[in-house]
Design a protein. Structure first.
Length: 96
């Protein structure tokens, strides 16, 4: 096993419900986050950990998300085209 350390800060903000929430960033975030304190995370990485498998899994997840978004948008466009191509029936007005 290998031990890694990540140095960063605990940040806080008030959420939409005006409650305090906290998180850890190892970078300076945008938005309404404010620094609370420095913090260091130490964790064990399993022996034989292969980042390639995790990267492939993440990319496959992104691919599936994009595929779903594309399919949804393509369906919306096709439905719009069909509605524009539809012939609207209007009965002839009777002569008075």
């Amino acid at each position: 096993m290998q031990t890694i350390e990540i140095k960063g800060h605990i940040y806080g903000r008030r959420n939409w419900n005006d409650e305090l929430e906290f998180t850890f960033f190892d970078f300076e975030p945008n938005g309404d986050w404010f620094p609370v304190c420095e913090h260091k995370i130490a964790t064990e990485i399993p022996a034989g950990f292969d980042p390639t498998l995790a990267q492939i899994a993440a990319l496959e997840g992104q691919r599936e998300k994009l595929r779903a978004e594309f399919t949804k948008r393509l369906t919306e466009i096709n439905e719009r085209i069909q509605s524009l191509q539809a012939i609207e029936y209007s009965p002839a007005q009777e002569a008075a």
